[in-house]
Design a protein around this ligand. Structure first.
Ligand SMILES: Nc1ncnc2c1ncn2[C@@H]1O[C@H](COP(=O)(O)OP(=O)(O)OP(=O)(O)O)[C@@H](O)[C@H]1O
Length: 262
């Protein structure tokens, strides 16, 4: 069943002396418990599309619905995780991960206990009273993941959440996010520049064209790769074939100076 639907979305940025067409006629849907990635050339409108899906921006044309209702920025059904963790530096880890619950008036003994137990499950026991500056980049992103999951959103929108991390930490975070979202049966949409990450984590990969971004192709990841966690998925014999297929499509789209494999 479709959880989130993007229907005929186009977006134009208007400024004083210019018009920038960012997205053109985008339609797709995300099913419950599905993990979908969005990849595409730099500047093709991925972040714009994610902001529209989060209800933070109104598209020029078209609409996005979540469980058949138009998305809006205050919806508790949407969780957002970004490249920067945006933890409040003056608040402890515990205060940070409980902030969404507090703001949405859902904080009680049970939600507090559940959130702290999630913090412990993902390996952050003992840091509750510490401040974000005392944690490593990977630990901060883990805390940000707990904060996002605390309010029990229906869908998580992930905007390059691992791109600021070193390679080893990034692989560990991919694994952790994948396992946590599968365990809690969450639906997710990931924007990434990393084709390997998209294949390893997703059920489907949507490739956008150059700006204005349109849906160029949707790749369904074969069951035998989908069933594996990211680390093992990357070692599957068909992984490289898929990577090359998407890379080739992307390469045809990129301006020539940007053609370097990631
Ligand atoms: N506020 C804005 N006003 C005008 N133009 C904008 C604005 N925000 C984005 N754009 C333009 O819209 C296009 C799409 O931007 P967007 O950030 O959505 O792309 P992206 O695919 O996420 O980029 P990247 O891969 O580099 O992160 C770009 O050409 C960008 O310059």
């Amino acid at each position: 069943m479709s959880l989130l639907t993007v229907r005929d979305v186009s977006h134009i940025y208007f400024s004083k002396d210019a018009k920038t067409a960012a997205l053109l006629d985008i339609s797709f849907s995300v099913r419950e418990q599905e993990f979908v990635s969005l990849v595409g050339p730099s500047g093709c409108g991925k972040t714009t599309l994610l902001s529209i899906m989060a209800g933070l921006m109104e598209p020029t044309v078209g609409k996005v619905t979540l469980e058949d209702e138009k998305v809006h920025p205050k919806s508790r059904k949407i969780g957002y995780m970004l490249q920067q963790d945006y933890l409040f530096p003056w608040k402890t880890v515990e205060e940070n991960i409980l902030i969404g619950l507090k703001l949405t008036r859902q904080l009680n003994e049970e939600t507090r206990r559940k959130t702290l137990s999630l913090l412990h499950e993902i390996g952050l026991r003992g840091v509750e009273k510490q401040y974000p500056a005392q944690l490593s980049g990977g630990m901060r992103q883990r805390a940000a993941l707990v904060r996002t999951l605390a309010t029990d959103p229906k869908i998580l929108l992930l905007d390059e959440p691992f791109s600021a991390l070193d390679f080893q930490t990034k692989l560990k975070m991919e694994e952790l996010v994948y396992r946590t979202l599968k365990h809690y049966r969450k639906t997710a949409l990931l924007v990434t520049h990393d084709i390997g990450e998209a294949i390893a984590m997703s059920d489907r990969v949507i490739l956008l064209s150059n700006r204005p971004g349109t849906v160029r192709k949707i790749f369904a990841i074969p069951e035998e790769i989908r069933a594996l966690p990211p680390f093992l998925a990357r070692q599957h014999p068909d992984f490289q074939r898929l990577f090359d297929m998407i890379w080739k499509e992307l390469e045809n789209l990129e301006p020539s100076e940007q053609r370097t494999p990631s």
